[in-house]
Write a protein that binds this ligand. Structure first.
Ligand code: ADP
Ligand code: ZN
Length: 516
C-alpha cells in the first residue's frame, strides 16, 4: 500500500490537496515536520495516512475532547481503529485501550497534553510501539501564539521519554513566522521541513464596517438581504450572544445561541440544526467552531471586532469551505477593543504572554483601520505576500481620496507636543478641545493644536487609528499603549508629505461629543 492508494481506497478521495503529499512523504521518511495549513485544508489526513502505513501506533496530541470524538467517529466510519484517552474516558476503559494499543489493534491513539504529562501514562506508553506523534493545534506550545497552553510545554519531554523514539508532526492553521520558529525550536524541527501552504482564501471577501455601538440593525439587514444563506455571527460575551439572538428571533430570523455556558446537549442540538440547514444563523462566542465541518457557510459576521488576527482568520475562515464565494465582515467599534483589553488585563496569564496578546490586539486594530487590501494585510501578517484581492471593502472602496494632511498634521503635532506620554484617547481629547478634567490636569489648552481639529472625538480617534494603521504614528507599550511620531509622521509635520484617506470628513459646528 502507498499513500495514494490509502487516500483513494480508505478515505475515498481522488487527489491530495495542496501540501498533504509533501507532509506525508516527509513524515514517512521519519522527519520531524511542521505543517501550517489553513482550517479545512485537510491536516488530519497528514497523520492519518502515515498512521495506516506505519507499523506502530500514532499518538495524536489534541487539546479538545470534542474534536477527538468527532475524529474518532469518522475514523471508525472508514473502518480504522482509533481511541482516545482524556479526562472524559471512563476509568475502566483506560487499561483496555492501552492494551489494545500495545497489541497493535488500534492505529491512532488520541490524547490530551495533560494525559501525556502524567507519569502513569508516560510509563504505560513505553510498552507501546509509537511510530509517530502528531501535535495538533501546535501553536498552543508558543507564548508568541494566541492560545498558549502550559501543558503543551511538556510535550517534548513526554515524547523524549518514549522508548520507541517516534518522529513528530506539528500541525497548525494559524502561525506567524515567529510562532512557526518557536514551535520548530521546541519540537526539534528543521527549517527545510516546514510545509506552509498559502494563507490566501480566494473565495472570501473581507469587509470592515465601522459600526456604532448598537449594530443589531446592521446584522439584521445583512441577514435579511441573504435569506437563503447560512451564517455565523460571532460576538465577545455570552450576554451579547443572548441579546443578538433575541433581537434576530423577534425579527423573524431563524437564529440560535451557542456558547460555553450552555448544556452540551443543547449545543449539540443547535450544531446539528445548523449542519442540516434547519437553522439559518448561529450567534456564538468563540466556543463555537472547532470541529464544525459545515461546508456551505456563506457569511461570518464579527459583531464586536475580534481579539486578534489569528482567531479572526480562523473564525472568518469557517465560511466558504466549499470554495464558493462568501463574506467575512468585521464590525468595528473602538469600544470593543477596550473589552478585549480588559479580557487580557483580567486573565491570569503571565506578563510576557499578556504583552504578546496586547500586541496582537494592536494588530487587529490596525487591520480594522488600514486602507490596504484586507486579504493582503492578513497574508502579510502571516509572513507571506499576495496581490490585492480586488474584492475586499478596501479594494472596492470607490469613494474619492480626500486630502486630510491638515487634520493629520494637527494630530501628529499634538502627539509630538505631548511627547509620547499619552494614549490615543487623550490625544483625541486634546486635538478636539475636550473640556475633561484630564485636559485641565495636563494643561492641554497650552498646546498649539488644542481644539483645532473640528471633528467629533470618536472621528478624531478613528483618524488617529488610521494614522497608526498607515504608519504615520505608532503605539508602544502594552497595557497602556502610548502614541509616538514615526519618520513618515515627521515628513507630514515638515510639510514634505501629504496624507489621503478615502471617504469624506464631516466637520462639525457644534462642540465635540464627550467620549471616554
Ligand atoms: P483541518 O484539520 O485542516 O481543518 P480536516 O482535516 O478536518 O481539516 O479536513 C477538512 C475536510 O476536508 C474533511 O472533511 C476531510 O475529510 C476533507 N479532506 C481532506 N483531505 C481531502 C482531499 N485530499 N480531498 C478531498 N477532501 C479532503
Ligand atoms: Zn482586497
Amino acid at each position: 500500500m502507498n499513500a495514494q492508494r490509502i487516500l483513494r481506497n480508505v478515505f475515498g478521495y481522488k487527489v491530495f490537496r495542496s501540501g498533504q503529499e509533501k507532509v506525508i512523504n516527509l513524515v514517512l521518511q521519519r522527519q520531524n515536520v511542521l505543517a501550517v495549513m489553513p482550517t479545512g485544508a485537510g491536516k488530519s489526513l497528514c497523520y492519518q495516512i502515515p498512521a495506516l502505513l506505519n507499523s506502530g501506533v500514532t499518538l495524536v496530541i489534541s487539546p479538545l475532547i470534542s474534536l477527538m470524538k468527532d475524529q474518532i467517529d469518522s475514523l471508525h466510519q472508514n473502518g480504522i481503529e482509533a481511541a482516545a484517552l482524556n479526562s472524559a474516558t471512563p476509568q475502566e476503559e483506560v487499561n483496555p485501550i492501552l492494551r489494545q494499543a500495545y497489541e497493535g489493534k488500534i492505529k491512532l491513539l488520541y490524547m490530551t497534553p495533560e494525559r501525556l504529562a502524567m507519569d502513569y501514562f508516560r510509563y504505560q506508553l513505553n510498552f507501546i510501539d509509537v511510530s509517530l506523534v502528531a501535535v495538533d493545534e501546535a501553536h498552543c506550545i508558543s507564548q508568541w501564539g494566541h492560545d498558549f497552553r502550559p501543558a503543551y510545554r511538556q510535550i517534548l519531554d513526554g515524547i523524549n521519554s518514549l522508548k520507541s523514539k517516534p518522529n513528530i508532526l506539528a500541525l497548525t492553521a494559524t502561525a506567524t513566522p515567529a510562532v512557526q520558529d518557536d514551535i520548530a525550536k521546541q519540537l526539534n524541527i528543521k527549517k527545510e521541513n516546514y510545509v506552509v501552504t498559502s494563507f490566501v482564501r480566494p473565495n472570501l471577501s473581507f469587509q470592515v464596517v465601522n459600526s456604532s455601538k448598537d449594530n443589531n440593525l446592521y446584522i439584521y439587514d445583512y441577514i435579511k438581504a441573504h435569506v437563503n444563506q447560512a451564517g455565523i455571527v460571532y460576538t465577545n460575551t455570552r450576554k451579547r450572544v443572548g441579546e443578538i439572538t433575541a433581537y434576530l428571533q423577534r425579527k423573524g430570523i431563524s437564529a440560535a445561541s451557542y456558547h460555553g455556558g450552555m448544556a452540551t446537549e443543547d449545543r449539540d442540538c443547535i450544531q446539528d440544526d445548523f449542519q442540516f440547514d434547519r437553522l439559518q444563523v448561529i450567534v456564538a462566542t468563540n466556543a463555537f467552531g472547532m470541529g464544525i465541518d459545515k461546508s456551505n457557510v456563506r457569511f461570518v459576521i464579527h459583531a464586536n471586532s475580534a481579539r486578534n488576527i489569528e482567531s479572526y482568520y480562523q473564525e472568518a475562515g469557517r465560511a466558504g469551505r466549499d470554495g464558493d464565494p462568501c463574506s467575512a465582515i468585521l464590525l468595528y467599534h473602538p469600544g470593543d477593543l477596550a473589552t478585549y483589553r480588559w479580557f487580557i488585563d483580567q486573565s491570569d496569564a503571565n506578563d510576557d504572554y499578556k504583552k504578546v496578546q496586547y500586541r496582537k490586539l494592536a494588530a487587529i486594530t490596525q487591520y480594522a483601520n488600514t486602507s490596504e487590501c484586507l486579504q493582503q494585510f492578513i497574508v502579510r501578517y502571516f509572513g507571506q505576500d499576495c496581490a490585492p484581492c480586488g474584492k475586499c471593502s478596501n479594494c472596492t472602496d470607490k469613494r474619492k481620496l480626500v486630502d486630510v494632511t491638515k487634520e493629520a498634521r494637527e494630530i501628529i503635532g499634538t502627539v509630538y507636543e505631548l511627547d509620547g506620554r499619552f494614549g490615543k484617547n487623550i490625544i483625541a481629547q486634546a486635538v478636539t478641545g475636550s473640556k475633561s478634567q484630564k485636559m485641565k490636569q495636563i494643561q492641554a489648552e497650552k498646546l498649539q493644536y488644542f481644539g483645532s481639529l473640528k471633528m467629533r472625538q470618536n472621528e478624531a480617534l478613528s483618524l488617529i487609528n488610521y494614522l497608526i494603521a498607515n504608519g504615520f504614528l505608532e503605539v508602544e507599550g502594552d497595557q497602556y499603549p502610548l502614541v509616538h511620531v514615526t519618520n513618515p509622521g515627521w515628513d507630514v509635520l515638515d510639510g514634505k508629505r501629504q496624507v489621503f484617506r478615502k471617504g469624506e470628513i464631516r466637520p462639525i459646528a457644534a462642540k465635540g461629543e464627550a467620549e471616554s
